[in-house]
Design a protein around this ligand. Structure first.
Ligand code: HEM
Length: 445
């Protein structure tokens, strides 16, 4: 990168008051790979106008995707990637992106994947970046998978493994990872209390509400989905006495991130719209929905990659820095969606807790948004969510925890994060939704 360009990047970055971690490296990566659409996108961005930033964000992120390259964006859905519905013994779960990947053989069709298979498969299908994918997969292996074998389940429980079960219990899969990975106020899944323990099956009425956000123009955007997230949260507060949005990676980051994933990863791409567009046709296909509004049907386990669908550009993978950027833009643009707390056993009883109390005085609601703090907080939630395995096991698990450190370490190392102690999650004890944890029906999907 020429020196002159770096200076320009620094100036533009400062003038637009980006969060500090949208640093010169991120900019340089974008600039080296894109064209004038990049500067046009930048013009629209300013954290001094958070709503404007949210409204201006493309379906490919704050830095629009470069021009469309059909060969690069092509995704095979024939041959080994032909769509096949899961068999009875296969596993599917709460994540339509993973279910579709397994139905097309981008993840193992049985729904149980290693970290390497996850990185390769989701990279090929969606251009989900390797660092983020590693972090998400490692977290899944450690909190809900089989850490001794290094695999995880995209839905229901893993097959019993006598060795692992004896030491660590049997991995319950994403479907039963409530408050660690899965959380309330999802796009299409029930809050776990309202679903009687089932938070992985699609609620068609909920999907229909999300679908209506596309409006007459039949287009879904980051901003529309951020507003919709606020509506779903309010609906949860008004209907679910156990609604909980606590200080853990799942409820606080993964749930809003899933809204952003729909736009960033399920959008179709074309020469006319290189940053992508999402319409009802593509949205329905990825969510396994057939029919029209009023008579939608969810075909359980049948999420599929649409015909003629092109993924985001490999010049702009969706990676580790994009999660906190998009969550931050959402929380700044729509501050009422920044909910840390829960209902206290009756509907409409939402009580918030202080970031100050959670972080032992390291951050408060104000400083959370200063400098790199939000990105630091995001990945601190992930790290602190990982169970403290007994020391005898640590050696066996070291390769996996090393993988996590090597994935997120360099990113966090560049941020000069404040020193966090163990988060004080005891402040959530009086919320019934914090401890509510039914095992749910023991089904594969
Ligand atoms: C290793 C990678 C991934 C993991 C571990 C993962 C995990 C999860 C989990 C735990 C949920 C439930 C969250 C909730 O309660 O709302 C979820 C939901 C969701 N995920 Fe993923 N996911 C991954 C990749 C993807 C990808 C690549 C996409 C998009 C292409 C995606 C799109 C979604 C969507 C749209 C939802 C919300 C579904 C709904 O509420 O109906 N995810 N994912």
């Amino acid at each position: 990168m020429a020196r002159k360009s770096m200076t320009l990047i620094a100036l533009v970055s400062r003038a637009l008051a980006f969060p500090a971690w949208v640093n010169e490296d991120v900019m340089a990566r974008a600039l080296s790979s894109t064209n004038s659409a990049w500067t046009e996108g930048l013009r629209q961005l300013s954290l001094q106008d958070p709503l404007g930033v949210s409204r201006g964000e493309s379906n490919c992120g704050i830095i629009p995707c470069p021009s469309f390259d059909e060969k690069d964006a092509f995704v095979s859905i024939t041959g080994e990637h032909e769509y096949m519905a899961p068999t009875e013994s296969d596993i599917r779960g709460p994540c339509p992106g993973l279910n579709a990947a397994a139905n097309h053989g981008y993840l193992p069709r049985n729904g149980i994947a290693s970290i390497e298979q996850t990185v390769a498969g989701l990279g090929a299908l969606y251009n989900l970046g390797p660092t983020l994918t590693t972090a998400l997969a490692v977290y899944a292996v450690l909190i809900t998978g089989n850490p001794l074998e290094g695999v995880w389940s995209i839905g229901g429980p893993l097959p019993t493994d006598p060795l692992t079960s004896a030491l660590l219990g049997n991995g319950q899969g994403l479907s039963y990872s409530h408050n660690n990975y899965e959380g309330d106020a999802s796009i299409g899944r029930n809050d776990i209390y309202l679903g009687g323990g089932d938070a992985h099956s699609l609620n068609v009425t909920k999907f229909e509400h999300a679908y209506s956000v596309g409006g007459d123009e039949d287009r879904y955007t980051m901003d529309k989905f951020r507003q919709h997230f606020g509506s779903v949260q309010q609906e949860s507060i008004a209907t679910n006495p156990y609604y909980f949005s606590g200080g853990a990676f799942g409820p606080f980051i993964v749930v809003p991130a899933a809204y952003n994933f729909v736009i960033n990863l399920m959008s179709n791409h074309s020469a006319e719209e290189p940053s992508g567009y999402l319409d009802g046709y593509n949205f329905k296909s990825f969510f396994g929905i057939t029919g029209e509004p009023g008579n939608f049907k969810w075909q359980r386990g049948q999420e599929r990659v649409p015909e003629n669908w092109y993924r985001r550009s490999s010049a702009r993978p969706y990676d580790i820095e994009d999660i906190p950027i998009d969550a931050l833009i959402g929380y700044l643009g729509y501050p009422n969606t920044l909910l840390l707390g829960g209902n206290t056993g009756t509907v409409n009883s939402f009580t918030g807790v202080d970031f100050n109390d959670l972080t032992g005085g390291v951050l408060n609601a104000q400083t959370l948004f200063e400098g790199n703090n939000f990105a630091c907080f995001t990945y601190q939630l992930l790290e602190q969510g990982i169970p403290n395995f007994s020391t005898g096991l640590l050696n066996d698990l070291k390769p996996i925890t090393d993988l996590l450190n090597s994935a997120i370490g360099p990113f966090l190392g560049g941020l000069s994060c404040p020193q966090f102690g163990q988060f004080n999650t005891g402040i959530f004890d009086h919320f019934p939704g914090h401890s509510y944890s039914p095992t749910g029906p023991d089904t594969n999907y």
